[in-house]
Design a protein around this ligand. Structure first.
Ligand code: NAD
Length: 510
């Protein structure tokens, strides 16, 4: 059988690499050839373009450009009305700024207190967009929407496949999908992002639906983006309230679930609790480091701290901070979420010491939580880690090389497909609540989430150690393979056996 392991240019690509564990597990359980063919490529790959109108910008001049200009009078814009700060020192320039201020413009250049800026006229822009619908054997396609400037079809194929395994492992009746737009959301105003998001949904509408394909937030998107998308999907429809489940991750006030915002971090810490129980580690006093302090990383840090853990270092895209005595996680979250912190970064936090990106990986701690982007931990980082456990909050944060090094060094891993499954599990609860027009309490959501995560993590640990048992929570007897396997392979075995059951029992329409 052909196993597509390399890209045409002979280099590994993300999707093919992500499928290596699939092939190992498929070989291990003797997955039927036709089921394997169905699962080793996506059902549908959609690439499309959306256009939207962008506002005028003020772009800072470089020192060289500024020096070449003759003197220019200072413009005064009271209260900076009509100026919207963006990443990189740029501003969106609204007409009211020019109307309200005392303005001097020459050759498209304006001088403000903060420096000289070129006025870059707005206009229409085009954005490349994607939706990969990977597999729907177990239920409607399900997966997040990512706004990021480094996305590709290859990446979305890998992430959509991962959602297929994750929904099976979480035992929620969904398949797998993923998609998004190639852009850095920090470079656009809220109004521009709304325009881009609704145009995206305008085009996506014919491909998705509450029982067909259900998007959710991912990197660069949030509940606000989901609200715009819900509106665009359902506006003007006669039965629009029936459509509330077309996206999950909504604000609680418009049909979102209690607990969804922190569910991924919460689920990860339920796994960490089980790992501590299984290995005899006490959570109280456990030192941990976190890479990525967005939705997942900050929630995981907050919850683990509340259980008595000590967060000794945090790294994000813009900086790394460290305190061996433990950072004040609540204060750090307040710092990152402060409206003046445009990069939403830990950089500039007064309660910790700045260290280099490289130093982060060799900090003394018990647990490392990668919760940023894929491939964050390669061979070099894996060699330096001093922890006992890597609990994967991000998708695919370990390269294959890093995985092998950690295994050889005896460092445990909680794999992403169970570690960060909390988000999709609570998305499923949100979807049920929308269908039933119900609203569950946070306690109910978390009790269900805890049962779901801990029982499926227990199954994975049993498959890994080849232990066939029946407990009150689960029965691993139908899943073990006759030998011990790495935990990541064990998770894939669980996914494939659950998906296989659908193909075997329902059969194929020709
Ligand atoms: P987010 O956008 O809220 O936060 C991302 C964080 O990663 C930010 O702190 C950012 O600064 C940091 N980061 C980005 N590039 C970095 C770099 N090069 N080095 C260090 N830090 C960097 O995203 P999120 O929702 O928290 O998602 C994080 C990861 O978890 C992603 O891999 C995502 O696919 C995965 N995930 C998220 C959810 C969810 O419910 N949000 C669910 C499952 C998986």
């Amino acid at each position: 059988m052909e196993h597509p392991i390399t890209a045409g240019n002979g280099e590994h690509n993300v999707f093919d690499e992500s499928m290596e564990v699939f092939h190992q597990a498929a070989d291990l359980i003797g997955l039927a050839p036709r089921i394997r063919l169905e699962l080793e490529q996506p059902d549908y790959e959609h690439i499309f373009y959306v256009t939207a109108h962008l506002e005028d910008r003020l772009v800072p001049l470089t020192p060289g450009e500024a020096a070449a200009l003759p003197p220019l009078d200072l413009s005064v814009i009271p209260g900076n009305a009509g100026l919207v700060p963006l990443l990189g020192g740029k501003f969106v320039l609204r007409p009211e700024a020019l109307r309200a201020g005392s303005i001097h413009i020459r050759d498209g250049v304006i001088r403000l207190d903060a420096g000289l800026y070129r006025i870059a006229p707005g206009g229409f822009a085009r954005f490349k967009s994607y939706r990969v619908q990977y597999n729907q054997a177990r239920g409607p396609y399900k997966g997040g929407i990512r706004f990021h400037d480094a996305v590709s079809l290859d990446l979305f194929n890998a992430l959509a496949a991962e959602m297929t395994w994750k929904t099976a492992i979480a035992d929620v009746p969904f398949g797998g999908a993923k998609g998004g737009i190639r852009l850095d959301p920090r470079a656009y105003s809220k109004e521009e992002l709304e325009a881009i998001s609704i145009r995206f949904m305008y085009k996506l509408k014919q491909l998705i639906g509450p029982t067909i394909d259900i998007p959710a937030p991912d990197v660069g998107t949030n509940s606000e983006v989901m609200a715009w998308m819900l509106r665009q999907y359902s506006d003007g429809e006669r039965e629009r309230h029936e459509m509330r489940g077309v996206v999950t991750g909504k604000d609680v006030r418009i049909g979102g679930s209690e607990g969804r915002g922190r569910a991924t971090g919460q689920g990860l810490i339920y796994c960490v609790e089980e790992w501590c129980r299984n290995t005899g580690h006490a959570i109280r006093g456990t030192r941990f480091i976190v890479q990525g302090f967005g939705n997942v990383g900050s929630a995981a840090a907050e919850i683990l701290t509340a259980l008595g853990g000590r967060c000794v270092a945090v790294q994000d895209a813009d900086g790394t901070i460290y305190d061996p005595e433990g950072l004040d996680v609540a204060a750090l979250i307040a710092h990152v979420q402060h409206p003046s912190n445009l990069a939403r970064s830990v950089r500039g936090f007064a309660g910790g010491q700045v260290i280099s990106t490289a130093e982060f990986w060799s900090i003394d701690a018990e647990i490392c939580i990668p919760a940023a982007l894929g491939n964050a931990i390669g061979g070099a980082e894996a060699e330096r880690l001093k922890v006992k456990l890597v609990a994967e909050g991000a998708n695919r944060p370990l390269t294959a090389e890093a995985d092998a090094i950690l295994a050889a060094r005896g460092i445990d891993v909680i794999p992403d497909i169970i570690g960060n499954a909390g988000g999709v599990i609570v998305s499923y609860y949100e979807w049920i609540q929308n269908k039933r027009m119900e609203h569950w309490s946070l306690a109910e959501v978390n009790a269900r989430l805890e049962r779901a995560i801990k029982s499926n993590y227990g199954l994975i640990c049993d498959i890994a150690s080849n232990r066939s048992i029946r407990t009150e929570a689960y029965d691993s007897r139908g899943f073990t393979t006759g030998r011990a396997v790495p935990v990541r392979t064990a998770a894939m075995v669980l996914a494939l056996k659950r998906i296989e059951a659908h193909y075997m029992l329902e059969g194929f329409s020709q």
